[in-house]
Design a protein around this ligand. Structure first.
Ligand code: ATP
Ligand code: MG
Ligand code: MG
Length: 356
C-alpha cells in the first residue's frame, strides 16, 4: 500500500497522517469540514460527506487501503468501500462499536463481563429497569455519545426518572447498572493482517467533566488484572478478524476484576502517551497494521502521564514547553472553546519496576 485513505479529519486523523508520512505513505482525508486538523498534515483532502457516493468512489480509486479515525463512520459507507478496496479495521468492528446494546452483546458473547443492562425504548421501560437496579444506573443513548454526552446518572432511588427518556432525545437508550469501580483503565492493542497481536501496557484514566483528563502508565493494577485486559483484547480482535489498533475501556473493581465499558475501533485518546513512552506509537502501529507491515515494538521505555489540553488549558503551553521532561503535541486548532481538545502533553519519568 502506498496511499492510505483516512475517513475523518480530526486530531486522530492528523496524528495518523504524521505516522503514515514517516513510513513513506501518502494520505488522503475524507472530511466535509475544510481546513480540519488532519488536512494540514495529509497530502490531500476530499471535502465531502462521509457517505457521499462520488467521494467514496474516488477514495477507493486512489487508495490502496482505507481506514478511519472515528467510530461513527456510516457502516454502509465502509461496506461500499470494502467492495473495491481494503477497509481496516473491518466494517463489522464499526457495527459492534456504534451501538452500546450491540457492543455489550458482542462483548458478552466473547466471554467478557460488562455492566448489566436493559434496553430502554420508553419512559415506562426506564421506570421498570431502574426499579430492577434499585434506583441506580447510568442511562445512555445507544448511539453517538462521546465525552459523557447523552448520559444521565441515577445515584439513588431519590433521583427521579421523570422526563429522562425525553430529555435524552426520545431515541433508543440503554440503562447500565452503576459500577462502583475503584479505577478506570484502558488497553490499546493492535492486530496485523497475519493475526499477530501487540498490546501496549494498560493506562489508568481519570475523567473531568466527562472528558479524559489524564492517562497514567503504569496503571495501579495487579499483573493478573493487566493480563486479563490483554486477554480480553485478544478475544475481541480475534472475534472481529480485526486489522489495526483498538482501544478498550474497563472499570476495575475493588477485587481486581475487570468490567468492560466500551471499545473504540481506532486509535484512542488514552493511547496518546505511546508516542512519548514507547518505541512505536499507537499511530505508527495502526499504520503498520493497515498497510500490511509487521507490527512494531510496543514496549514502554518510561513511565508517563498524558494530560489533555482542553479549552483554555492551551494557554499553559508556554509553561509546558519549558519543561525538560514533557512532550507537547498540538492539533492545529486556531480557536479554543470550553471542552474542545486542543492538544496533549506527556510527562516522562524513569520506568518503575513491574508490579507483582
Ligand atoms: P468516551 O469519550 O470515552 O467515548 P462516552 O461518552 O462514550 O465516553 P462512557 O465511556 O460510556 O461514555 O462513560 C463515560 C464515563 O462515565 C466513564 O468513563 C465512567 O467514568 C462513567 N460511567 C460510564 N458508565 C458507567 C457505569 N455503568 N457505572 C459507573 N460509571 C460509569
Ligand atoms: Mg465512547
Ligand atoms: Mg468512554
Amino acid at each position: 500500500a502506498r496511499t492510505i485513505g483516512i475517513i475523518g479529519g480530526g486530531q486522530l486523523g492528523r496524528m495518523l497522517a504524521i505516522a503514515a508520512a514517516r513510513l513513506n505513505f501518502r494520505t488522503v482525508i475524507l472530511e466535509p469540514q475544510a481546513d480540519c486538523p488532519a488536512a494540514q498534515l495529509a497530502n490531500r483532502q476530499i471535502t465531502a460527506a462521509y457517505d457521499d457516493p462520488a467521494a467514496l468512489a474516488e477514495l477507493a480509486d486512489i487508495c490502496d487501503v482505507v481506514t478511519y479515525e472515528f467510530e461513527n463512520v456510516p457502516v454502509v459507507a465502509a461496506e461500499t468501500l470494502s467492495a473495491s478496496v481494503f477497509v481496516y479495521p473491518p466494517p463489522k468492528a464499526l457495527e459492534a462499536a456504534q451501538d452500546r446494546l450491540v457492543e455489550k452483546r458482542f462483548l458478552n458473547g466473547c466471554g467478557i463481563s460488562t455492566a448489566r443492562f436493559h434496553t430502554i425504548d420508553s419512559q415506562a421501560d426506564l421506570e421498570t429497569a431502574l426499579k430492577d437496579f434499585g434506583g441506580q444506573g447510568v442511562l445512555k443513548t445507544r448511539r453517538l455519545g462521546y465525552d459523557g454526552k447523552g448520559q444521565k446518572v441515577f445515584r439513588s432511588a431519590a433521583d427521579s426518572p421523570d422526563g429522562a427518556y425525553a430529555a435524552l432525545g426520545g431515541v433508543p437508550l440503554i440503562l447500565e447498572s452503576f459500577v462502583a469501580f475503584e479505577r478506570e483503565v484502558s488497553i490499546i492493542a493492535a492486530r496485523a493482517t497475519d493475526g499477530t497481536v501487540v498490546c501496549f501496557d494498560p493506562a489508568e484514566n481519570v475523567h473531568r467533566n466527562g472528558i479524559l483528563h489524564t492517562s497514567t502508565v503504569p496503571a495501579a493494577i495487579s499483573a493478573p488484572a493487566a493480563d486479563a485486559a490483554r486477554q480480553s483484547a485478544e478475544k475481541i480482535l480475534a472475534a472481529l478478524n480485526y486489522v489495526g489498533v483498538i482501544g478498550i475501556e474497563f472499570f476495575v473493581l475493588a477485587d481486581g476484576g475487570l468490567i468492560a465499558n466500551e471499545m473504540a475501533p481506532r486509535v484512542h485518546n488514552s493511547g496518546h502517551w505511546t508516542e512519548a513512552a514507547c518505541v512505536v506509537s499507537q499511530f505508527e502501529q495502526h499504520i503498520r497494521a493497515v498497510a500490511g507491515l509487521p507490527l512494531g515494538n510496543g514496549e514502554r521505555h518510561s513511565d508517563c502521564v498524558m494530560q489533555n489540553l482542553i479549552g483554555d488549558d492551551i494557554l499553559a503551553v508556554p509553561d509546558w514547553l519549558r519543561r525538560p521532561d514533557t512532550l507537547v503535541h498540538l492539533y492545529g486548532k486556531t480557536e479554543w472553546r470550553p471542552g474542545r481538545k486542543m492538544g496533549h502533553v506527556t510527562t516522562l519519568t524513569p520506568k518503575s519496576p513491574v508490579l507483582a
